[in-house]
Design a protein around this ligand. Structure first.
Ligand code: MSP
Length: 509
């Protein structure tokens, strides 16, 4: 079996500045990418920007610039965000790049050749905000007779010549796909919603526009541009060169693909995308995971409320890994969550400063001060020490099951349970007393604790890569050495510690 693993974030619209929602999708995807890397997979991680469509054209007009100028400028902001979040992405794709345009056009041609696209006229509701066509039954009627989307966005009534994709023909095939691959859509509650939506009957989907110009021209008719979702979804295949007839090795990644998306765009990924691929006789992704939405101190996040959370501000104020930890630990992945400064500060002070930071600080400074910074040798392992080894072995097994189901918060909880055990081991043995009356035991306790700190550093790598590397660096291990398979073979005995510094600062409430 191939050990390739390809994971993607959605590509972000460039009409807006990055906010916590973008940061969340990206950090969660980065967690999985790094975890799978530690687990021995050959990982490819793609993110990028979605640059076509009416929304972008309007934003450019509002700024009095050409769409491409707006895209260049704002795409760079999202690219910079990948650095600010310390993402391990291998690729950053833009839908204005030629490789993307060629791929999207290739898919269109395949659909057209297979008689899956026909010319007609679209009359109905459209949301520029979501770039989505809506049936009236899926909208909310306002007191003044107008309609809004469920998230409160405006819709407009449009009538224009349009190509249609024969989505209605694919209902049964899609339902079979969901039935035969129960894990194709997760979490389960979201899967059920998609199944209900498909069971309620699918209309053919309008896949081209003629009333504006900012998009990819359809290959068979230059008066039409492709519907922005048909265009955008192909970014996933285009990043690995799958939508053409080449023999590039990258294409192998299309054999094992996970798309991480927010719940608002699950329908596009779990219905439209597989239908396009099935209709074009192409391979499907392996899994689509939909995460929940963040609110801010209990309120819906929106520009009009002025409560949009800028990830860079949080990072500058509290630290990147503290932010990553909070995002991943606070909310069960798949559920909605609430951002609150107090909860963030409490998490930093209790889980990071007290539990992890103190453990490292107290034990490693003891080695620094009393042992000339040299990590002592393990002399023996009694029941207490063996229990810690067993806890790590169990964690290795459990975490595979947990991450298979994308339960990132549970993984973190288990890692912190282990940190608790190591703290207890250290405290119960009181090495500061042993130093005077039982030197061998003193050395053994420090050696065992450092060995466990090494294990913890490896387990926290997907969550807090910088802090993980800082610990590894202090105890003399290179990042390239770490993997779950080798975790018990990484020797630290005799290593010289580099200067021990605080990992986290306590924050005043
Ligand atoms: N361009 C489309 C995706 C195309 S993928 C082929 C898009 N872009 S987006 O910029 O609007 O949103 C990107 C991601 O941010 C989505 O996964 C969305 O769910 C997520 N979030 C936007 N606001 C959010 C919150 N308040 N909370 C959590 N995530 C949310 O959609």
């Amino acid at each position: 079996m191939s050990n390739k693993f390809y994971i993607t974030t959605p590509i972000y619209y460039v009409n807006d500045r990055p906010h916590i929602g973008h940061a969340y999708t990206s950090v969660a995807t980065d967690f999985i990418a790094r975890y799978m890397g530690l687990n021995g997979y050959d990982v490819r991680f793609q993110t990028g920007t979605d640059e076509h469509g009416l929304k972008i054209q309007k934003a450019a007009e509002a700024n009095g610039i050409e769409p491409l100028q707006l895209c260049d400028k704002n795409s760079q902001i999202f690219r910079d965000l990948t650095k600010s979040l310390n993402l391990s992405n291998d690729d950053f794709i833009r839908t204005t790049e030629q490789r993307h345009i060629s791929g999207a056009s290739y898919l269109w041609k395949r659909l057209y050749e297979r008689n899956q696209i026909y010319l007609g006229e679209y009359t109905g509701w459209y949301s520029i905000n979501d770039e989505t066509f809506y049936n009236e039954k899926d909208l909310l009627k306002q007191d003044d007779g107008s309609f809004k989307t469920l998230t409160g966005g405006p819709v407009e009534w449009i009538t224009e010549e349009s190509y249609f994709f024969k989505l209605s023909e694919w209902s049964d095939k899609l339902l079979n796909l969901y039935k035969n691959n129960p894990n194709f859509i997760s979490p389960r509650s979201k899967r059920n919603e998609v199944i209900k939506f498909v069971e309620s009957g699918l209309n053919d989907l309008s896949v081209s526009r003629t009333s504006f110009k900012w998009g990819i021209k359809t290959p068979n008719n230059s008066a039409h541009i492709m519907y922005v979702w048909l265009d955008a979804l192909t970014c996933y295949t285009n990043g690995v060169d799958y939508l053409n007839d080449s023999k590039n090795d990258l294409r192998e990644f299309w054999g094992n693909v996970v798309h991480i998306v927010g719940k608002d765009i699950l329908r596009h990924h779990a219905v439209y995308w597989p239908a396009f691929l099935l209709a074009a006789d192409l391979d499907l992704p392996t899994k689509i995971f939909a995460h929940g939405w963040w609110t801010n101190e209990g309120k819906k996040i929106s520009k009009s409320l002025g409560n949009v959370i800028d990830p860079i501000e949080i990072i500058n104020k509290y630290g990147l890994d503290q932010f990553r930890y909070f995002l991943l630990r606070e909310v069960p992945f798949g559920n909605d969550g609430d951002f609150s400064k107090n909860t963030l500060i409490n998490r930093i002070n209790s889980d990071l400063v007290n539990d992890l930071g103190n453990l490292c600080q107290r034990s490693l400074t003891m080695i620094e001060k009393k042992l000339g910074s040299i990590v002592p040798k393990i002399i023996n392992k009694g029941n207490k020490e063996k229990a810690l080894d067993q806890s790590i072995d169990e964690l290795l097994v459990k975490s595979n099951e947990i991450i298979n189901e994308f339960k990132i918060h549970i993984y973190i909880k288990h890692v912190w349970d282990h940190i608790g055990k190591v703290n207890k081991y250290f405290n119960d043995h009181k090495p500061w007393e042993l130093e005077k009356n039982d030197k061998d035991k003193f050395l053994n306790v420090l050696a065992i604790t450092t060995e466990q700190i090494k294990n913890i550093a490896i387990f926290i790598y997907p969550i807090m890569p910088q802090k993980s590397e800082k610990i590894l660096n202090t105890i003399g291990i290179k990042k390239s050495q770490i993997s779950f398979k080798e975790i018990n073979n990484i020797n630290i005995e005799g290593n010289k510690l580099s200067a021990v510094n605080h990992l986290f600062n306590r924050i005043k409430l």
